[in-house]
Design a binder for this molecule. Structure first.
Ligand SMILES: Cc1cc2nc3c(=O)[nH]c(=O)nc-3n(C[C@H](O)[C@H](O)[C@H](O)COP(=O)(O)OP(=O)(O)OC[C@H]3O[C@@H](n4cnc5c(N)ncnc54)[C@H](O)[C@@H]3O)c2cc1C
Length: 412
């Protein structure tokens, strides 16, 4: 794949129009940090029928799950997938990410966590009942989801330092603990809460369990949005649980044997490839703005774009854009040919894309000079937003570790 198909370009233009009419004019309000992003996202779902597509996919999956549950032999016939069709479908998921990130990457953070992480966890590890009860509403964005693993004392070492616990009490579980930096935490209707089973055994051997919690459950407190450096259109908050009682129906998969650690790791891979697409949107916009500014800003009697020091910056930005785009296109090709990236591959994509994006945004601010430091100019916001790509979904250092581990394990 060397460029978007004709259909992809049409899709890109349609999203661009939506962004120009619905997001760009309201950017200040969204980026103020106090306006939840969900109404505009729902409007986007309705405009492009994303909710209808999600509903149709959901019904197909549930029908299949029910046939399997009824003991019907569901043919695992390897459907002949047309790579072109599959590439088109993958591109259709990635184009909105890129286009929204050109203006407000926080919107994609909020949407991705709700639909991808929270909805995705339920759809991959939940029972049919759980999928019907919580999954569909998250996929259509009728309800907002959060996915909570990070705690004040455990971030990169998410499982090792985890203090949140579930204790069995008759037919129920009693949950205690706190989570922090949780995207959509302040407003989420449905929360995926990851904790350890307190069964009296050695802490390091305790099972990791995943629960689904509903807003308003007694003992669950969702904080107000935290103030932060960027991604202001994505609300981030804390969760506090004090003796929250839930029945077994809220345990994801309704069994303690469900592989929660692996479930969380699967999410890492998906998230990391998504971050590269986010980086591409931010870089495209930062570069476009920088080129326009370099053409029009005159100093010493010439547009600054005529100075080689500025040209070098623009050229390096373009190289980064091309590299990230190539990674994203390769990812689409892999998906089209039925291959999922390994954790190491997804980590490599994220590490490069996040670092390149940060460098591009810092250089964009430099091209704009004093104006680049002013909130009135969009590069200031893009620069603040870009930083978190190096932190969430695993820090740069964690990506590095996963890449190296992948290399060292190969052929071992
Ligand atoms: C805006 C935002 C949204 C987020 N959304 C969510 C969410 O929805 N759900 C959720 O569960 N979490 C979320 N997070 C949390 C995020 O995943 C964590 O911040 C991240 O994993 C890093 O953890 P930490 O902040 O505790 O940093 P730490 O793990 O304390 O790391 C501090 C520093 O030490 C480095 N470090 C740690 N261990 C090593 C090591 N072994 N070798 C070398 N260096 C190391 C790190 O790379 C980092 O530079 C969000 C964070 C932010 C900022």
């Amino acid at each position: 794949m060397i460029d978007w198909s004709e259909q992809g370009l049409m899709m890109r233009d349609a999203f661009r129009k939506f962004v120009d009419s619905e997001i760009a004019p309201n950017i200040e309000e969204l980026e103020h940090g106090d306006t939840p992003p969900y109404d505009v996202l729902r409007k986007m779902y309705k405009t492009f029928g994303i909710d209808d597509v999600a509903r149709a996919r959901f019904e197909k999956q549930i029908a299949r799950d029910k046939r399997i549950a009824a003991g019907e032999a569901v043919e695992e016939r390897k459907k002949e997938v047309d790579p072109e069709e599959a590439a088109e479908a993958a591109a259709m998921q990635i184009i909105p990410i890129i286009e929204l990130c050109r203006y407000s990457p926080g919107l994609i953070t909020a949407m991705g966590v709700s639909m991808g992480l929270a909805g995705g966890s339920i759809m991959s590890k939940g029972t049919i009942r759980q999928k019907e009860r919580w999954g569909l509403d998250l996929l259509t964005l009728d309800k907002i989801g959060a996915w909570a693993i990070t705690e004040p004392g455990s971030g990169s070492d998410a499982f090792g330092g985890m203090k949140s616990v579930a204790r069995r009490d008759g037919d129920e579980y009693v949950l205690n603990g706190s989570k922090t930096f949780i995207t959509n935490g302040p407003y989420a209707d449905t929360i995926i809460f990851i904790c350890k089973l307190d069964d009296g055994g050695p802490v390091e051997e305790r099972k990791v369990l995943t629960f689904v919690l509903e807003k308003g459950t007694p003992g669950l407190v969702q904080s107000k949005p935290l103030r932060k450096m960027g991604m202001h259109s994505s609300p981030t908050g804390e969760l506090f649980l004090e003796d929250v009682r839930v029945p077994k129906e809220n345990l994801l998969g309704e069994t303690e044997e469900s592989p929660s650690r692996e479930g969380a790791k699967d999410n890492f891979s998906t998230e990391r490839s998504g971050v590269a697409a986010m980086a591409l949107g931010i870089v495209e916009q930062a570069l476009k703005l920088s080129v326009e500014y370099a053409r029009t800003r005159v100093q010493f009697g010439k547009p600054i774009g005529e100075y080689q020091l500025i040209q070098l910056k623009l050229a390096k930005m373009e190289v980064a854009r091309m590299n990230i785009q190539n990674m994203v296109f390769r990812h689409i090709e892999m998906v089209a040919h039925g291959r999922r990236p390994s954790l190491a591959e997804a980590s490599a994509m994220k590490l490069y894309a996040a670092q390149a994006c940060m460098e591009v945004c810092l250089e964009a601010v430099q091209v704009f000079g004093g104006n680049g430091y002013m909130s009135e100019y969009q590069v200031e916001q893009l620069c603040r937003d870009a930083k978190v790509l190096q932190i969430y979904a695993g820090t740069d250092e964690m990506q590095t570790i996963h890449i190296a581990r992948g290399l060292l394990q190969e052929g071992a």
